[in-house]
Design a protein around this ligand. Structure first.
Ligand code: SF4
Length: 101
């Protein structure tokens, strides 16, 4: 698969909800650093999940991430959870390690 194919899923989409995001300035807990260990990912994602729980645009954000096959933690969901919900990513973190199909 060519890299351009990764964006074939992307739709032009309304992102006006992002102005109300609780995660502004917190990218470090929503996207993994290189070579992140599983235990560190669990801690980072737990922090991100806590931020999302009080975010008023959680549903819009989650739906956007699902539609656009986003990587990272969005709308209270990890890549692994989005993958398990049927919104397949090409290489979601955690899925291969846990042998989830
Ligand atoms: S639901 Fe979470 S990831 Fe989405 S905008 Fe809100 S805080 Fe950010």
């Amino acid at each position: 698969m060519a890299i351009g194919d990764l964006f074939a899923f992307r739709e032009w989409d309304d992102t006006s909800w992002s102005g109300l995001a609780e995660c502004k300035g917190l990218a470090a807990i929503f996207f993994p650093p290189a070579a992140e260990r599983p235990q560190a990912r669990e801690r980072r994602e737990a922090q991100a999940r806590e931020v999302c729980q009080s975010c008023e645009v959680l549903i819009d954000c989650r739906d956007f991430a699902r539609r656009n096959r986003e990587y990272g933690f969005w709308g209270g969901e990890s890549e692994e959870e989005r993958h398990a919900a049927g919104y397949r990513l090409i290489a979601p973190i955690g899925v291969r390690a846990r042998n989830i199909s």
